[in-house]
Design a protein around this ligand. Structure first.
Ligand SMILES: [Zn+2]
Length: 101
């Protein structure tokens, strides 16, 4: 299938809107995606769609989760009277791994 330059430009423009992705990186990623196999591109698109459909936010702690409440809030062994406030979701996962704050 022929990919028009307009379509490549549209893809690069969309990728450039992602955080931390500048114009050069967006162009590089767009051309990389074009060189990927159809199977890999469709798998990536499916995973992105699946993550968007399945992942939400816990109504108690507002961490990302596929369940509400999340596994952390549902865990009866965790203390309910101590909280750890973090700026980014990735920070919560890192702190949970070291089990200390
Ligand atoms: Zn939670």
């Amino acid at each position: 299938m022929f990919k028009s330059a307009a379509t490549v430009e549209k893809l690069a423009n969309r990728l450039a809107r992602l955080p931390g992705i500048g114009r050069k990186t967006a162009n590089r990623l767009a051309f990389h995606i074009l060189k990927m196999s159809d199977e890999d591109v469709f798998e990536l698109a499916d995973i992105m769609r699946e993550a968007k459909e399945k992942v939400g936010f816990c109504s108690i702690c507002f961490n990302i989760s596929e369940t509400d409440p999340c596994q952390v809030c549902n865990d009866p062994s965790r203390p309910k009277n101590i909280i750890c406030v973090v700026e980014e979701t990735a920070d919560a996962a890192a702190i949970d791994r070291v089990d200390s704050f």
